[in-house]
Write a protein that binds this ligand. Structure first.
Ligand code: GRF
Length: 238
């Protein structure tokens, strides 16, 4: 019997993060497999990509439901058909209600295109440029009731360059997302990261290794650079 964790992906659009997860999961050593994809949007490209790869992909449109809670109940039911151990939100553009979030507490994760807690919500790249930050990035976090707010699992930073617009910056962040999400999911699937109360707890080989949860700059790279800087400074110290 497979020991891989069963993962369902929730998305609303393009699905490039789902593709990154699928690519990672194609490796025999990867601790998770993508068993199903669910969308609220029938024309989401992610749905057709998943189907083309032989992954079961279903749509639960919100039309016809009286409330967000009713729609979420239908989403929950459709999700449980996949018997997932973990649910990954990957561009799911609907705020989830308390019931579904509570039901999946510690087993539902999301990727957000900013270094949380900065810039929760939409339009993160434009807002980052407007604020003049020099470092931007993406975060994977456990999903809690408050949108884009749960305990952080892993983050990747990218530089903001003077000539950037929201599109070029967004592309740089997306490239980082595609590295970060598979890494973060693997930590959760291996049990090296877990949610305890409202904190993320890191344990085991991967979880306690900061290089697995923080890249660009990776701590190792920073320390290496710091040592070189110190050596360089020492040459000028009388
Ligand atoms: C990503 O930027 C993700 O961080 C955000 O929505 C976008 C989804 O892109 N939550 P894709 O559908 O994975 O290509």
């Amino acid at each position: 019997m497979s020991t891989k964790k069963r993962v369902a992906v929730l998305l609303s659009g393009r699905g490039s993060n789902m593709e990154a997860l699928l690519a990672a999961a194609s490796s025999p050593e990867y601790p998770a497999e993508i068993v199903g994809v669910l969308s609220n949007n029938a024309s989401a490209r992610g749905l057709s990509t998943a189907r083309a790869r032989g992954i079961e992909a279903v749509c639960v449109p919100q039309k016809g439901f009286k409330s967000r809670a009713e729609h979420d109940a239908a989403v929950s039911e459709a999700l449980s058909e996949f018997s997932p151990d973990i649910v990954c939100l990957a561009g799911y553009m609907r705020v989830l209600t308390a019931d579904i979030v509570t039901a999946w507490a510690g087993r539902m994760i999301n990727i957000h295109p900013s270094l949380l807690p900065a810039f929760p919500g939409l339009d993160t790249h434009r807002r980052a440029l407007e604020m003049g930050v020099l470092i931007h990035g993406c975060s994977v976090h456990f999903v809690t009731e408050k949108t884009d707010d749960g305990p952080i699992i892993a983050q990747a930073a990218v530089p903001v360059l003077p000539e950037d617009d929201a599109e070029t910056l967004g592309q740089r962040v997306l490239t980082a997302e595609h590295r970060l999400y598979p890494m973060a999911l693997s930590l959760v699937a291996r049990g090296e990261v877990r949610l305890e109360g409202d904190r993320t707890v890191f344990a085991g080989a991967g979880g306690s290794d900061p290089d697995q949860r923080l890249f660009s700059p990776s701590p190792e790279e920073m320390f290496r650079r710091q040592e070189t800087d110190l050596e360089h400074l020492a040459r000028f110290t009388p």
